[in-house]
Every structure is written in C-alpha cells, then in structure tokens.
Design a protein around this ligand. Structure first.
Ligand code: LLP
Length: 449
C-alpha cells in the first residue's frame, strides 16, 4: 500500500500560525483559547472532556465560500454536503439553513438528513453497497438522485422501483481511472478501487438504465478521492473524461441533465497547499462548462473539518525513557485519523499561560491499550500537567463520525458554539448506554441453576 504523502520538512506551524489560519479561533490573554466568543475552558468546566466543539460561524462561512465560488464562476450548481463527515443534527441544520442539500450513504444518514430538515428533493444517495431496505427508503422518500455503481445494483433498484410504482432518478457513477494522489485508503477513482463502473462500460450501461422500468437516468457522477491537496490536475483529468462520456451519451440520443462532481477538496491540516473552492470551480468550469449542464458537489471535509476541534484534558504527564508523554482523556476511539491514516492534526494548549510557555517535544497519546493510540510524536508543546486542556484541531470532519466505544469508552459529548452562545448538541454517552441492549441468555453462566 502506498504511504501517505510525506509532510514537508519545514518545522511545524507555530501556535500563532495555527490560530491565524482558523478565523473562528483566537487566543485571549486572560481566557486562553477561544472558539468564537467562548473560552474553551468554560466548555470544559460545563460539559467535561473529551468534547467535540463546532463553530457554527465557521460552518456558515465555509458553506458560503463554496457556493459563492461556484456561483462566481458562472456555474449553475448545488452543494450536497457529505453527511458521513459529520452527522450531528446541529451541524446538518446549520448547513441546511445555508441552503445545502445532503449526500448520504446509509439509511442512518438519510434519516439524519431528513431529521435535520433537509428535504428528500435535496438528497443524493451514494455508496457501493446499498441494501434493498436502503433503496426502498430512498424510493419512499422520493429523493433527488440515487447514484448507481454497478449493473447489478441498477437491476435491483429497477425491480424495487417498478414494484413500488416509483421512478428513481439515477446517476451513473463512473470510475475514471485517475489517481487523486491522496492517501491510498481514501483514493476512490482508480480502476482497482471498488467504486463506480469503468468509464469504458458506461455508455452501454447508461443506455440499459434508460430502458429499465422504474429508472430514469439523469446524469453522471464521479468522485476520485478525499483530502485532495495536490492541485487540480486529477480533478481536471476526471472531469475531462466525464465530459467526453457525456458527449458520447448525447450522441447516442441519451438524456443527461446534470453532472455530480463528487467531493474530495482537501484542507491544510498542517501546511499542505490548500486548494481553494475557486480553483475547484475553475476546474469544473474549464472542463464541463461547454456541456451547459448544472453541476452538483458532494463536499464533506472542506466544509466540516476546520470548524471542529476535540477538546481534551491531560490525564497524566509522564516521563518515559526517551520521551515525554502527554496522556489525554481522548483516544483513538474518539479521533481515529492519526492511528488510521497517520494524519497530522494541530494541537494547541488551551490555557492562556500555556499558550505562551517554553516548548519541548512531547508524544501525545490516548489511554487505550495500543501503541497506535498516538496522536502525534515529538510535537513541541509546553509543560502540561494533569488537568491541563488541549485542543486537537480540524477534527470536525471524520472525527465524531468515526468514533467508537473501544475499551468501553463512552462517545464524547458534542457542543455547538455560535457567537457568544454554546449548547450541548449531543450528550456524552453514559455507561448505562454501553451496557444497554446486551443480554445474557439463560444458558450462560447458569450451570448451577
Ligand atoms: N462523495 C463520495 C461518494 C464519497 O465517498 C466521499 C467521501 C465524499 C463525497 C466526501 O469527500 P470529502 O469531501 O469529505 O473528501 N475517513 C477519511 C475520509 C473518507 C472519505 C470517504 N468518502 C478521513 O478521515 O480522511
């Protein structure tokens, strides 16, 4: 497996640089690290740690930046936020209020989008393995579009739709065999990946879709990977192949109403070159504009990543044989990205004094019984005795959404900040919830009667 792209050899960004790059963060000389107008220490005192903290202002700003860039390029475009990145109803509602639709990949995500007030008419269903039950729900909700990833899936959906007397609007997800040059675990547009249908097979399958009962092909979808930071070349290559395909479909007299351009726009976790929404809009315009079709986008990380952080406490500061360890009360079960993708996340002390104190290298780890439960190694951080607070940055996307209860650790609370207000938007899970639903059959441990 390919390793992640090497980080630059430059020193890590300073605390001041990390804060300056994230407009919802600031360092107050008295109150320490703030999200909008709320000191993180206040949230920790009220809610405890670990806690996910989201900035409503940052979510709104980013949603507007994206829609603004698409509109500014003269594109007719709709944005369908990829719910998988962050499934909090509060996050979904903030984005729905900005006019965003949803891209969902499961029954649970579809129900979450609906519960947050996103109408079926703004929901796209993606994913390589939709169950019959999920397809039935999508049909019953009469959602905007179902992205088909195989001939087998098209047949199953056609039978269900015809049986229910519905017509499913479907887009054909193609695999353009383009390397997005991102981490191997999150690249999706190469021919060996499980996603989509080979672009060479697309014209024949699209024609079959048009003839299947209960299906109405409305377009072509493509998504080549996530955390794309290597410029627009891969996007352009994929969209150019889609444009050729659409031209060929039209030449066959097949209807194409729109193009789903996927997600994947990367963010600078450390100092990666940040592709802008304007650059993406330019790549779409340059490759697809001549077709004169509306486009859809399915971004997750770009919208939800930077606005969120994971607030944690130091449980113990331990001197190891060769390193200083900061053992947090957050762990890989909360934020799995470092363990899973070797991901780099900014880490800031929260206390006003700690933000100014001298630095020395530390390994920041969780309490889970795996060496992989390591957030970072050799990071320059101040002395942080037990009880100190830290913030793991850019954790709004694929943070809480990927967390688990490994080691019987309850899911962390989630908080939304909006200006001078904050609210718990998801309670910390209690231990009773971890035991709930478990059963002991009467034939276990009951030998003596
Ligand atoms: N559309 C489809 C079909 C997708 O599979 C994905 C992400 C998206 C849109 C949204 O991609 P985004 O804009 O967020 O890059 N857990 C990994 C990321 C997995 C992405 C999966 N698919 C991580 O933490 O880096």
């Amino acid at each position: 497996m390919a390793s992640p792209l090497p980080l630059s050899a430059d020193p890590d960004p300073s605390f001041a640089e990390l804060i300056a790059g994230r407009p919802h963060l600031s360092a107050d000389p008295a109150s320490g690290l703030m999200v909008e107008e709320i000191p993180l220490a206040r949230i920790a005192a009220a809610v405890g740690t670990p806690t996910w903290v989201y900035s409503a202002g940052a979510l709104r700003r980013r949603a507007r930046a994206l829609t603004g860039a698409l509109g500014g390029a003269g594109l007719t475009a709709s944005v369908h936020y990829a719910v998988k990145a962050n499934t909090s109803l509060a996050v979904l509602r903030v984005l729905a209020d900005e006019g965003l639709g949803a891209d969902v990949v499961s029954e649970g995500e579809l129900l979450a989008a609906r519960a947050a007030g996103i109408p079926g008419s703004a929901i796209v269903f993606s994913g390589v393995g939709k169950t019959e039950r999920e397809m039935r729900l999508a049909l019953a909700e009469d959602i905007l579009q179902i992205n088909i990833e195989s001939a087998e899936e098209a047949e199953a959906l056609s039978a269900l739709a015809a049986g229910m007397g519905r017509t499913a609007r479907v887009a054909l997800r193609v695999n353009p065999d383009v390397d997005a040059r991102t981490h191997a675990k999150i690249t999706t547009g190469k021919s060996e990946n499980k996603f989509g249908v080979a672009i060479d097979e697309a014209p024949a399958l699209y024609a079959r879709l048009a003839a299947m009962p209960g299906l109405k092909p409305v377009g072509v979808a493509v998504h080549i990977g996530s955390q794309i930071t290597t410029g627009m070349a891969a996007y352009r290559a994929a969209y150019a192949r889609v444009a050729e395909l659409v031209t060929a479909l039209r030449a066959q007299g097949l209807p194409v109403e729109r193009i789903d351009c996927g997600g994947g726009l990367g963010i600078p976790y450390r100092d990666e070159p940040a592709p802008t929404p304007e650059a993406l809009a330019g790549a779409i315009k340059g490759t697809l504009h001549n077709l004169g079709l509306p486009v859809m986008l399915e971004p997750g990380r770009w919208i939800a990543g930077p606005p969120g952080l994971l607030l944690a406490s130091v449980v113990i500061q331990k001197r190891g044989a060769s390193s200083r360890f900061l053992v947090l009360d957050a762990a890989m079960n909360d934020l799995v990205r470092p363990a899973m993708y070797d991901a780099w996340h900014g880490i800031l002390p929260v206390g006003a004094t700690a933000l100014q104190a001298p630095l020395s290298p530390a390994d920041v780890v969780g309490p889970v019984c795996e060496t992989g439960d390591t957030f970072t190694r050799g990071r320059d951080l101040p002395d942080l005795p037990a009880g100190s607070l830290v913030a793991l940055l850019d954790a709004g996307a694929y943070g809480a959404a990927m967390s688990s209860t490994y080691n019987m650790r309850p899911l962390a609370a989630e908080v939304m900040v909006d200006g001078a207000r904050f609210a718990v938007v998801r309670d910390r899970q209690d231990h009773a919830a971890l035991l709930a639903g478990q059963r002991l059959p009467d034939w276990i441990g009951n030998a003596a009667g």
